[in-house]
Design a protein around this ligand. Structure first.
Ligand SMILES: Cc1cc2nc3c(=O)[nH]c(=O)nc-3n(C[C@H](O)[C@H](O)[C@H](O)COP(=O)(O)O)c2cc1C
Length: 408
């Protein structure tokens, strides 16, 4: 049982965030709420009390409550700002304390209570340099900045900026407060997922890598953990890591291949999901101007000399996963990124993977569909010729879960 301080600022997502209160109450947690003046336009104190809130505060100077902005920080075990408006985020990053919410948060800082911030706003408000800089600042001060979801926004536009779903907010809260994961035998089963991109070292400081951030795979890992799977994530050292999964890191293609083989052959996974961006090549040799091999052990190559990097193609990992697996019934999900607007070309690329017996489903996306604002996926299974289209990682995660729980 925890004391939860829920801070709400002015967003249409106040109603969604209010949905946290009955869930906290069911879990035996005690919830007190602080509203900004704007939040009061979206949700009423009486409604929040009706939902199970123990008390609602909105006025720093309310009679007999003058010290609540100090006391509430001490009382709280966990603080969550949901929804966090652009205005409130930007004020917090500037250290402004001109209302009950911002004053309480400023006063609570050095108490080191786990504090999560769940933004919700229009996608252009989110993309504004002030908002982006504020989020980075708050993160650097130790606040847990949560993602926003992609989808239809209150203004009718479609983009990034939606408040996470209640289930995702709860998963993030549990992760931040390090509630133990359910034990494998009490879950829906063990699941392995690869996150981020490989790096092939040229010398001790340089490498050949790719742009994979690990964001989509991490969201999938967290969604499936929250849905009751015991997830092991093989993560690139540089990738965004899931918060709810067990994390094991890798660097190179060889590392990843070894880890996959080790995990799959020793543990009983129900599924392996393989979104990692794996290098198509490993470095075979580094040659100097005279075509003689260069020695790089433990050091940095001189930039004065010319350098020839000889690459050798890597075998594809996806087709080998089931063969390595202790559980021969394991479900194998691959990812295919294409670079062609031609639907026929895209379908053929997916078809080539799905025609392999060792692959059950493929998540496809094309470079043309990936922008700052949008990330679409098409989920194909070997049971149907038609794709299930998903807008963003949240929808994709839900689609994957649904398929795993339906697939024979
Ligand atoms: C209908 C409506 C919906 C709004 N939704 C949001 C929102 O989701 N996110 C946001 O940052 N601002 C939103 N705003 C604007 C904020 O409410 C406004 O910037 C306000 O000053 C925020 O104050 P606060 O941060 O003190 O709560 C909305 C305004 C209106 C009228």
């Amino acid at each position: 049982m925890s004391n939860i301080l829920l801070l709400m600022s002015g967003s249409i997502a106040c109603e969604k965030a209010s949905g946290l209160i009955p869930v906290f109450q069911d879990r035996g947690d005690c919830v007190r709420v602080i509203l900004t003046q704007s939040a009061g336009h979206f949700v009423s104190s009486s409604k929040l009390l009706e939902l199970g809130g123990e008390a609602v505060f909105a006025d720093t100077f309310a009679l007999n409550e003058e010290m609540q902005h100090i006391d509430l920080g001490h009382w709280a075990d966990i603080i969550i700002i949901a929804p966090a408006s652009a205005n409130t985020l930007n004020k917090l990053a500037a250290g402004i304390a001109d209302d009950m919410l911002t004053t309480t948060l400023l006063a609570a800082y050095s108490l080191n209570k786990p504090t999560l911030i769940a933004p919700a706003m229009n996608s252009r408000m989110l993309a504004h340099p002030a908002t982006q800089a504020s989020m980075k600042t708050l993160q650097s001060w130790g606040y847990h900045l949560l993602e926003t979801a992609y989808g239809e926004l209150a203004c009718g536009e479609v983009g990034r900026g939606r408040l996470l779903e209640v289930e995702q907010l709860l998963a993030a809260i549990d992760a931040a407060t390090k509630k133990p994961q359910p034990r494998a035998e009490t879950t829906k089963g063990r699941l392995l997922i690869t996150v981020g991109g490989t790096r092939e070292a040229i010398d001790s400081v340089r490498y050949i890598g790719n742009r994979s951030s690990g964001k989509t795979a991490s969201m999938i890992a967290d969604h499936l953990s929250a849905a009751g799977y015991a997830v092991t994530a093989l993560c690139a050292e540089s990738a965004l890591k899931p918060v709810l999964a067990e994390v094991i890191t890798f660097v190179s293609f060889e590392d990843l291949a070894k880890q996959l083989k080790r995990q799959l052959s020793t543990e009983n996974f129900v599924a392996v999901i393989h979104p990692a961006a794996v290098s198509d090549y490993s470095i075979e040799a580094l040659l100097g101007a005279d075509n003689q091999p260069l020695c790089t052990t433990g050091g940095k190559l001189s930039s004065k000399n010319s350098l020839l990097i000889q690459l050798t193609p890597n075998p594809k990992l996806l087709g080998q996963l089931r063969g390595w697996s202790k559980n021969t019934e394991i479900k194998v999900v691959g990812f295919k990124l294409t670079d062609s607007r031609d639907v026929q070309v895209q379908r053929e690329a997916v078809g080539r993977l799905l025609s392999q017996d060792s692959i059950d489903a493929v998540v496809h996306n094309d470079l043309s569909e990936i922008t700052e604002e949008q990330h679409s996926f098409h989920f194909y299974t070997n049971a149907s010729a038609n794709a299930n289209d998903c807008n963003g990682a949240t929808e994709l995660s839900a689609g994957l879960q649904q398929w795993m729980e339906k697939a024979p």
